[in-house]
Design a binder for this molecule. Structure first.
Ligand code: GLN
Length: 267
């Protein structure tokens, strides 16, 4: 019930337009592996021979900056897909809210952003097969009186704009209690500064933020379980098929698992 309501709301926010950082690219490009067929692959992409990946690089360990370079699980999966398809990967960093629009309007080929598959988003965009799972987590201060999900009633909750955490929080605790931030770490910063009482965000970035900021903890409870997949324009079924083919091989050969294991430490 809760999930269904959440999915309905997802449609509204997934329709967001390119704002703030816009849909421009960061120009972070990596060549395909040696011996690949390059543009000969014949897969239609925005720029021939390239796979432009839209992401929001503030979602560790899926995507984050290491110096000027965007690294993480999604960056490596995109590179592995690009290698398989003979496409040069270019990463375009933008607000999370802009990713689906960028892919829909031909500014990027693929969205890889720890993006949850929801039926509402599926009305606007195709999703590849899933490659990972996530769970919504609640971050609070160590000395917080919030001990359970129920304690969130009437509290100020920070979320990342247009994410499933945003939709869930607004649905369950009222939009008036939810503060939307463009980046997950801005929400966490507001929490450390006492401007909000909690942050609802996916579990892996939550772990990373708690590790990087003193005095925070994750509530020993979780919300919705979600599946992550790449989003691709409905106008480009060839790319969807090619990406699913590449993902299947990467899955079969244990590459996806080794990328996940590299960034996610088992507890
Ligand atoms: N998994 C969440 C969603 O799809 C958050 C993704 C993100 O912030 N990059 O809404």
């Amino acid at each position: 019930m809760k999930l269904k309501k959440m999915m309905t709301l997802a449609l509204t926010v997934a329709l967001g337009t390119c704002v703030l950082a816009g849909c421009g690219g960061s120009g972070d490009t990596k060549a395909p592996a040696e011996g690949s067929t390059g543009a000969e692959s014949g897969i239609p992409t925005v720029t021939e021979g390239k796979l432009i990946m839209a992401t929001n690089a503030y979602f560790p360990p899926y995507e984050y900056y290491e110096g000027n370079e965007i690294v993480g699980i999604d960056a490596e999966i995109a590179q592995a897909i690009g290698d398989k398809l003979g496409l040069e990967v270019e990463i375009a960093d933008m607000e999370f809210d802009s990713i689906i629009t960028a892919v829909q309007t031909g500014k990027a080929d693929i969205g890889l952003a720890g993006m949850t598959v929801t039926p509402e988003r599926e009305k606007n965009i195709n999703f590849s097969d899933t490659y990972a799972t996530g769970i919504q987590s609640v971050i609070v201060k160590e000395d917080s009186d919030i001990k359970s999900i129920d304690d969130l009633q009437g509290k100020k909750i920070g979320v990342q704009l247009s994410t499933t955490g945003d939709i869930f929080a607004s649905d369950d605790f009222g939009a008036e209690n939810v503060e939307q931030f463009n980046k997950g770490n801005d929400a966490v910063m507001a929490l450390t500064q006492g401007k909000i009482d909690a942050v609802i965000i996916d579990n892996q970035p939550a772990l990373s933020y708690v590790a990087g900021n003193k005095g925070l903890q994750i509530l020993d409870t979780s919300y919705v379980e979600e599946e992550y997949a790449a989003c691709i324009s409905k106008e480009n079924p060839e790319l969807l098929e090619a990406v699913n083919g590449a993902l299947a091989e990467l899955e079969r050969d244990g590459i996806i698992q080794s990328i996940l294991d590299k960034y996610i430490v088992a507890d």
